[in-house]
Design a binder for this molecule. Structure first.
Ligand code: PXP
Length: 241
């Protein structure tokens, strides 16, 4: 069964809009768990625009499913993660001016990423890399002995109907390369209730990380229900794949 990681950054975005205490991502994580989330994902950005160090530290204590910390290859955040290990770190690229993570991490010749991976592995933290479905990047990741790759599904999500099949084929081939190399296959970005089925049906898909669409639906349906509805779609996709 494909697992569901729920990204709750947007809950913190609403709180930070007023620099107040609500809504609290800790409450969001609990509601997501009640709805069936298998993992809670948070992105501690260098500019702390949404998730704060306090959220990460509290969620480490309160989350009963796995906690996946997304972070850039930043020395201070790496130190924080090594001192307070989450269940997994996902390394992502980060640009200050971007609205959300725009592309996959480029790990070819990226000394900074290689050093951060070594530090995290030395602290026994499982490492996932957020990568575009590029054979070159996946080869490099397998040399670095990382545990998982999260494929960037943004191109698929944004593709026109004519382009979608090609994007899906690229993701399927990348998924095969990843699992053959012994790494877990995860995916995320831009996934919605309408487009998740094909991605959840990719053979050997382990986990999908979904944020925007679930938090958007939660405004009308409540977070627990929104997560539950997405879980049902993943369960049904797995059943037919
Ligand atoms: N995975 C990664 C690595 C991300 O950076 C994001 C966006 O924060 C997501 C998944 C979730 O993307 P979305 O909010 O579009 O569902």
């Amino acid at each position: 069964m494909v697992k569901l990681g729920v990204n709750i950054d947007h809950v913190a975005t609403v709180r930070q809009a007023r620099l107040t205490v609500e809504p609290d991502p800790v409450w969001a994580a609990a509601a997501a768990e009640l709805g069936g989330a298998d993992c809670i994902t948070i992105h501690l950005r260098e500019d702390r625009r949404h998730i704060q160090d306090r959220d990460f530290l509290l969620l480490r204590e309160t989350t009963q499913v796995r906690l996946n910390l997304e972070m850039a290859c930043d020395d201070d955040i790496t130190t924080l993660a090594c001192d307070h290990p989450p269940d997994q770190v996902t390394l992502v690229p980060e640009k200050r001016e971007e609205l959300t993570t725009e592309g996959g991490l480029d790990i070819c010749g990226n000394r900074r990423a290689i050093d951060v991976i070594k530090r995290l592995k030395a602290a026994n933290i499982p490492v996932s890399l957020f990568l575009d479905p590029s054979p070159k990047q996946i080869d490099k990741a397998s040399e670095l002995d990382v545990d998982a790759i999260e494929l960037h599904t943004g191109a698929y999500a944004e593709a026109s109907n004519v382009e979608k099949n090609d994007c899906l084929a690229t993701l399927i081939n990348a998924g095969e390369q990843i699992t053959k190399a012994g790494m877990l296959l995860n995916a995320g970005h831009g996934l919605t209730y309408n487009n998740v089925h094909s991605i959840a049906s990719i053979p050997q898909m382990h986990e999908l990380n979904i944020g925007h669409s679930i938090v958007a639906r939660s405004i009308f349906a409540g977070l627990e229900n929104a997560v539950r509805e997405m879980k049902i779609l993943l369960t049904n996709s797995t059943a037919v794949s």
